[in-house]
Design a protein around this ligand. Structure first.
Ligand code: FE2
Length: 377
């Protein structure tokens, strides 16, 4: 169970939900070197060994490492030969998120409901079994080549999925206090944000909880529009961004150019002690975006009193924002692959249920300084 919740419309009734979603089950990235990526996620981000599948488990065409940290499960998959769907995905997009798997009570029902409501088929309901029981999975496409896989695991006692064995290495860096996926953001093409918000509303029964337009999020050069969609119980939140007109190329367009289509822009992971987590991540070599130091001269005037001392926030580059319900602390990594595409957000919520709108201006200016260096602005 994920502890994050949003205020739901009074009409929400879990029993009436045609698409009950229990939470994020796992996130699978297609990467060019799963073995080395697994080492990076352990060393840099504090993920722990969980499961493995590949030649040693009888799988001939791919290798997958499964890592976990508290409630977060990440699967890193590489092909073992040429001409595979996985290899073609990596060739086109670079390393990136292929699957956002959703934990459901009934994967067959979820698939049937989604397809009936217009979802594009990815994987028919499929039962996989081993000595630990059975898992049913099914899948639909979302934006670009990204897919949602529905995972029904109530009759499974194994470590991850049938076909995986426990992964036991001799290398165990400590975790960094990451707890659960707070939200995952998709970038889609100009004019397509509403298409995908409507998809989440109509196909998965999500509701819109927040909206930003280019008046909220614009700098001299770039702008974006964003709407946040949430499922009924508030455990799954998917902001959808599209570029808006600016004088120069926006960060969303830069992403779309380099990812060669829509895809997952960032995965926000929650901690309950962001100062310790970020200090640890920096010491392990994770690179974060920095806003100008002057941000900290004015931040407390904007957000009011907070529990934390300002000095470590300034030292580490952690940002603060407030909404009607409380405040939040957040920081964004640089892209974690060669292309300027996916990155992580580390977030600590102290009551706030929003996404850091007050930081967008400072952040986008920071991103533009990096785009300028990349020559992609
Ligand atoms: Fe975010």
């Amino acid at each position: 169970m994920q502890p994050n919740t949003v205020d739901l419309p009074k009409i929400y009734d879990e029993a009436q939900d045609f698409m009950p979603l229990l939470g994020t089950d796992y996130i699978e990235l297609y990467v060019s070197n799963s073995k080395q990526a697994a080492h990076y996620y352990k060393t840099a981000f504090g993920f722990q060994d969980l499961a493995y599948s590949g030649l040693e488990t009888g799988v001939k065409d791919r290798e997958s490492y499964v890592l976990m940290q508290d409630k977060i499960r990440i699967v890193l998959t590489s092909p073992l030969k040429s001409g595979t769907e996985i290899g073609e995905h990596i060739e086109k997009h670079g390393d990136g998120v292929k699957v956002v798997a959703l934990w459901v009570p009934d994967a067959t029902h979820a698939y049937n409901e989604a397809v009936k409501r217009g979802a594009k088929h990815y994987m028919s309901p499929t039962v996989e079994e081993d000595e630990n029981g059975k898992v049913t999975r099914s899948g639909i496409y979302t934006y670009g080549e990204t897919v949602h896989i529905f995972v029904e695991r109530s009759e499974y006692k194994g470590i991850f999925l049938p076909g995986y064995k426990a992964w036991q290495s001799t290398y165990h860096p400590t975790d960094v206090g990451l707890q659960y996926v707070d939200h995952m953001v998709g970038n889609v093409e100009l004019g397509e944000m509403m298409t995908w918000c409507n998809f989440y509303r109509d196909v998965l029964g999500f509701a819109q909880i927040v909206s930003f337009d280019d008046k909220d999020i614009s700098t001299e050069y770039t702008a974006l529009m964003s709407k946040v969609m949430s499922n009924g119980n508030g455990r799954i939140k998917f902001p959808i961004n599209e570029p808006a007109d600016g004088k120069k190329k926006s960060q969303i367009e830069e992403y779309l150019d380099f990812y060669e289509g829509p895809g997952v822009q960032h995965i926000a992971v929650a901690t309950d002690d962001i100062i310790t987590t970020v200090r640890d991540l920096i010491s392990r070599g994770v690179e974060f975006l920095r806003v100008p130091d002057t941000y900290y001269d004015a931040v407390l005037d904007r957000v009011g009193k907070i529990d934390e001392d300002l000095a470590p926030l300034r030292e580490l580059g952690i940002l603060v924002d407030r909404d009607d319900e409380g405040y939040l602390l957040q920081i964004f990594t640089r892209p974690i692959e060669p292309r300027p595409t996916m990155f992580f957000e580390i977030i600590q919520r102290k009551g706030a249920t929003s996404f850091g709108k007050g930081n967008f201006q400072a952040l986008f200016e920071a991103i533009e300084r990096e785009q300028e260096i990349r020559g992609t602005l």
